[in-house]
Ligand binder design. Structure first.
Ligand SMILES: Nc1ncnc2c1ncn2[C@@H]1O[C@H](COP(=O)(O)OP(=O)(O)OP(=O)(O)O)[C@@H](O)[C@H]1O
Ligand SMILES: [Mg+2]
Length: 288
């Protein structure tokens, strides 16, 4: 499913003294199968933007299109359930939404709600657990007696079990240790690649955006400050600083090296190759 935002603005608590314009005139489009990362400082509007993708919020101005579903101030899709079936959202700290007595019941909440045929339940639960790397032993346990990392995985499995075409991830690895973060992101990347899913992820972590996304949008104070490929963003260090974001250290280093030396490094090289090239260059300089 393709996604487009056409001049979207969103105002919280409009018409009250607490009125706040959280999104300002945002436009972009995303093709099926692409991965878009939204990055921005805290409060820049990332979660508000994501919440438009499954109709949790409707634009105050402008229009959002997700496949054949159109959302604007006046237009709310009649079949919101269908939209939500196609767009799986992993919210910030998704484990806070676990509520059933057993993991099994929690995982079946979505399929029941979306009217998926009962004959598919077992296979779907099996596949979702396998995708997040959990053993079926957890099914009869209470989600509340699992570890933090396991709870997060159950919550993610609860989204995958409906097999959404679009995955929307709001800081899905917040609070996990570095190994857990990489495992979860690699899992999403695998799902993205093998099933041709469209993925929209939100992160503070530029390294993560650069590793997984085809395209990055930088939000600042509700506005789109930059949109480009990771490579295009490497040349936008000053604008990124304005948005209180840093380039990944590796890229910042390559930029500095390339400004000061005639031999040029390529930021897409793996770290080991970069190290080898740098040591070669340094040796040549020393021998001159
Ligand atoms: N329910 C609300 N009522 C009023 N203002 C809100 C509400 N929710 C969010 N805001 C404001 O809208 C702006 C954008 O919030 P949003 O949650 O989208 O930011 P974010 O980029 O996701 O931040 P974070 O990185 O901290 O999660 C913030 O200034 C926030 O204070
Ligand atoms: Mg947020």
């Amino acid at each position: 499913m393709d996604i487009s935002f056409n001049r979207v603005s969103y105002i919280y608590q409009q018409g009250t003294p607490f009125e706040h314009r959280a999104l300002k005139d945002i436009s972009f489009s995303l093709n099926k199968g692409e991965w878009l990362a939204i990055v921005g400082h805290t409060g820049s509007g990332k979660s508000t933007l994501l919440q438009h993708l499954n109709g949790l919020r409707q634009p105050t101005e402008g229009e959002v299109k997700v496949g054949d579903f159109h959302l604007s101030k006046k237009n709310r899709p009649k079949d919101m359930k269908q939209l939500r079936k196609h767009v799986g959202v992993v919210f910030q700290y998704p484990e806070h939404q676990l509520f059933e007595e057993t993991v099994q019941k929690d995982l079946l909440f979505g399929p029941k709600n979306f009217g998926i045929d009962e004959s598919e339940f077992e296979t779907r639960v099996h596949n979702a657990l396998a995708a997040v790397g959990l053993h079926e032993d957890v099914l009869e346990r209470s989600p509340f007696e699992l570890s933090g990392g396991q709870k997060r995985r159950v919550a993610i499995a609860g989204v995958l079990v409906t097999d959404p075409q679009i995955l929307v991830l709001d800081e899905p690895t917040a609070g996990l240790d570095p190994m857990g973060q990489k495992e979860i992101m690699d899992m999403f990347y695998h799902l993205h690649q093998t099933k041709g899913r469209t993925t929209v992820s939100v992160t503070h972590d530029m390294e993560m955006a650069f590793t997984y996304a085809d395209r990055i949008i930088v939000l600042e104070n509700g506005q789109k400050l930059i949109e480009g490929t990771p490579h295009e963003l490497t040349q936008q260090e000053t604008l990124l600083q304005q948005a209180k974001l840093d380039l990944p250290e590796r890229i910042s280093f390559v930029n500095k090296w390339n400004q000061r030396n005639s031999s040029q490094l390529d930021e897409t090289m793996p770290i080991s190759e970069l190290a080898q090239k740098i040591s070669q260059e340094l040796k040549e300089i020393k021998d001159q």
